[in-house]
Design a protein around this ligand. Structure first.
Ligand SMILES: Cc1cc2nc3c(=O)[nH]c(=O)nc-3n(C[C@H](O)[C@H](O)[C@H](O)COP(=O)(O)OP(=O)(O)OC[C@H]3O[C@@H](n4cnc5c(N)ncnc54)[C@H](O)[C@@H]3O)c2cc1C
Length: 376
């Protein structure tokens, strides 16, 4: 982690280095700094790619931190598990408004956001950083989403797709549901970016901006001229997909394969198995929608897995095979063929149903005494 207000991006780490890094995290320090830019762990890419599971992260953190000190960090990990549960239970409904808003949002995203030209210096830097690196902090994500949904009064869906197309930790549950949460279509309460709050957590100053107003004024403010122009057309990336290194015909000769997705790239999965390992990249999904950084991220994690073959195809082409397919769980691949392993969860004892808010979910965690009593 870097000093408050300044982001040093984590270099990509091998699994062994990642384990050492997580063990070295000072959880009290994290609690104090998490909301400041540069104050969090930056492990989301590893979690999103499936290189490490949430219980593994929790157990590593608890080696050198007490459960009490690690409360905040484990609570944040629990948000990830919560959003995954919502996706599991509600399926494609997460892509639609969970609750309707009291106004009709504009159908587009401000061009000033696409061009990093909003007039809010920190946010413009954040948008550039998102495009350059594929990573921005949680607070930055909230400010940008709040600007799009609640200052420019635009549809969260377009903004969510835009941000997701750049994020190297992109996950539909964490991203789209967070956008809904910010827009107010999840719990009913909208989140507004405000200049004092931005100044404080970015350690900068920008007096006199259109966000430099009390919350009650921001709530009723007209859309600032900087954000009036919108577009419904998002950038198309035209990235080159990796070459397939195996084809379906070859796979049909195999009795069994271990099937990986871009979200289940665990280098330690079934180490004793001799079955071929295949990463399926859904051609249609990845052709134009994602930035080069996202593709590079997937391929970096793929290269950490020994002898992993690549198949760029539609998942359905595997359905016709008589080959036994085994794969790890991920809510975004429910329609893929194969036998799915049990998910690795922080709280497997929690009944699988829809909890309308994180706090109602957390109450269950406490009721079942799954935290903070957990010890390794
Ligand atoms: C608009 C918006 C879009 C987002 N899109 C994504 C996304 O596509 N993918 C993604 O992984 N997270 C997303 N998040 C959640 C959060 O911003 C990132 O997980 C976090 O910034 C990643 O940085 P970190 O690893 O340093 O987090 P830390 O603060 O160090 O947290 C550790 C881990 O806990 C989990 N976590 C922390 N905060 C959250 C949260 N609010 N929701 C869910 N999980 C959380 C992540 O797995 C994270 O890696 C989004 C949040 C917002 C507000």
């Amino acid at each position: 982690m870097s000093k408050k207000g300044k982001l040093t991006l984590l270099q990509r780490l091998s699994k062994k280095q990642l384990i050492d890094y997580i063990k070295s995290i000072n959880a009290s320090d994290y609690t104090a700094r998490r909301n400041y830019l540069g104050g969090s762990t930056q492990i989301s890419e590893y979690i999103t790619r499936g290189a490490i599971s949430l219980p593994q992260v929790r157990d590593l953190i608890l080696i050198n931190n007490s459960a009490n000190d690690a409360f905040k960090l484990i609570n944040e990990l629990s948000w990830r598990e919560y959003w995954q549960l919502v996706w599991r239970v509600r399926g494609d409904e997460i892509f639609e408004y969970i609750k309707l808003l009291p106004f009709k949002p504009r159908q587009g995203i401000p061009t000033a956001v696409l061009n990093a030209n909003t007039g809010i210096t920190v946010l413009d830097e954040g948008i550039r950083q998102l495009k350059d690196t594929g990573y921005i902090d949680n607070h930055m994500r909230m400010w940008i989403a709040g600007l799009v949904c609640n200052v420019a009064r635009c549809d969260w869906k377009i903004g969510a797709n835009w941000m997701h197309s750049y994020l190297i930790d992109g996950d539909f549950a964490s991203n789209h549901l967070s956008w809904q949460w910010v827009a107010g279509s999840y719990t009913g309460k909208a989140y507004l970016p405000q200049q004092d709050n931005i100044n404080k957590y970015s350690n900068t100053e920008q007096p006199g901006s259109y966000l430099d107003k009390p919350y009650e004024v921001l709530e009723k403010m007209e859309i600032p001229p900087e954000l009036l122009e919108i577009t419904g057309t998002l950038p198309s990336f035209g990235v080159t997909l990796p070459q397939s290194t195996i084809n379906v015909q070859e796979l049909s000769n195999e009795p069994e394969i271990l099937l990986y997705s871009p979200w289940t790239l665990d280098p330690d999965w079934l180490p004793k198995s001799k079955a071929p390992r295949v990463l399926l990249i859904d051609e249609d999904m990845f052709r134009n929608t994602y930035s080069q950084n996202v593709l590079d991220s997937i391929m970096w994690f793929a290269n950490e897995i020994k002898d992993l073959k690549i198949l760029c195809a539609e998942p359905q082409v595997l359905s016709a095979l008589h080959t036994q397919i085994i794969r790890k769980d991920y809510p975004g691949t429910v329609d893929w063929p194969g036998r799915v392993e049990k998910p690795e969860l922080l709280y497997s004892a929690i009944p699988e149903k829809f909890y309308p808010s994180f706090s109602s979910y957390w109450k269950q965690v406490e009721k079942l005494q799954l935290f903070p009593n957990h010890r390794i």
